[in-house]
Design a protein around this ligand. Structure first.
Ligand code: TRP
Length: 342
């Protein structure tokens, strides 16, 4: 039996618009890197730079983010011998497939996509004459590009945040529609939704997210890390008073990294009335220690972008080894193939 076939294909994309933060780490990067070491899983992880263009028209930022995200995943120990790690734009088959899928996707399906609907609703609220104001075709067709990302590699499982569930349903709809017209070619992917426990709190106690501007970058330099942790909101209980760990942002961040024994030990210090200043210093030292080695690797990689580029090229080559023959199959299915063949 062909062993490669039996592996479960797990695929996910990372939009290249920002600097990875601890929330990304806990929710997406850490589980993905763990899966990259699982011999029963064949991961495909890619930098969704074409998706990034939908949200961001700052070339510098797209470029920098691609560098930082790739360096982050590599520094944190992604196993690129197992995981196929590539840049979306290096695999032209993805955009080719996007067009073919566009031709079986009903416009009505895209009308229902939540990002598009939210943009229209916002225009209506503002009393705009044109409900589609500011909506590009990129935003409108975003779910088709995402479907192509997934279907091209016959992914079985797609780890995503809750906000992406609808896009996975659309990918299944699109795949089923194609299969109905042209025969069974695509695998219907399943969303693996990240649990709520994997949501990290940010500086202000809300979910850590770029959109709330409350994040801690994974590889913030030591001084910056310290400063950010000192900014985390707490209540105003005095040093001696016993404190409730379960409503505390500092504690919840610690818990996302520490072992159960470490967490229990810290619980006791809360009961004994650990001072906020002391707790902040403790969390700073803990995180600083935890990421110190990886941070050194990260900084080294940023100094050597050619190493990162090499990894991504290797990944793209592996991805295209899968994508090229499958695209040929799909083209043939729709009637596009050399005239001298039958
Ligand atoms: N849209 C996803 C997000 O914003 C990123 C993404 C692009 C993706 N293509 C994908 C995720 C394919 C999973 C599979 O999070």
């Amino acid at each position: 039996m062909n062993e490669a076939r039996a592996k479960e294909i797990v695929l996910t994309g990372i939009t290249t618009t920002g600097t990875p933060h601890l929330g990304n780490y806990v929710g997406a990067i850490r589980p993905a890197i763990e899966a990259s070491r699982d011999p029963d899983v064949q991961p495909f992880y890619f930098l969704a730079d074409y998706h990034a263009l939908i949200k961001c028209q700052e070339p510098e930022r797209i470029h920098r983010s691609t560098l930082e995200i790739a360096a982050t995943w590599l520094a944190l120990g992604l196993d690129t011998d197992n995981a196929v790690f590539y840049r979306q734009s290096d695999v032209p088959e993805i955009t080719e497939l996007t067009w073919i899928l566009s031709c079986v996707t009903s416009k009505g399906l895209m009308n229902r996509a939540h990002a598009y609907k939210a943009a229209v609703a916002e225009n209506q609220e503002k009393g705009e004459k044109d409900p589609d104001k500011g909506v590009t075709m990129g935003l409108y067709c975003y779910p088709i590009l995402m479907a192509a990302d997934i279907l091209l590699f016959r992914a079985n499982k797609v780890p995503v945040g809750k906000d992406q569930i609808q896009h996975l349903e659309m990918a299944r709809d699109i795949a089923a529609r194609f299969n109905h017209i042209y025969g069974e070619h695509f695998v219907l992917p399943e969303a693996v939704v990240r649990e709520e426990t994997a949501v990290l709190q940010g500086l202000d106690g809300r979910k850590m997210s770029k959109s709330y501007d409350n994040t801690i970058p994974i590889f913030a330099p030591e001084k910056k890390l310290r400063k950010l942790i000192m900014k985390i909101k707490t209540n105003s209980l005095p040093p001696e008073a016993p404190k409730d760990p379960d409503t505390c942002t500092l504690f919840s961040i610690y818990r996302a990294f520490a072992t159960p024994e470490e967490v229990e030990a810290l619980r006791r210090r809360y009961a004994e009335g650990i001072a906020w200043g002391e707790m902040k210093q403790f969390l700073f030292e803990y995180l600083n220690g935890l990421f110190q080695e990886a941070r050194a690797r990260y900084e080294d990689l940023l100094q050597h972008p050619e190493v990162i580029e090499g990894e991504l090229r290797k990944g793209a080559e592996r991805a295209r080894r899968v994508a090229r023959p499958f695209m040929a199959e799909i083209r043939r299915a729709v009637g596009i193939y050399p005239l001298a063949e039958r």
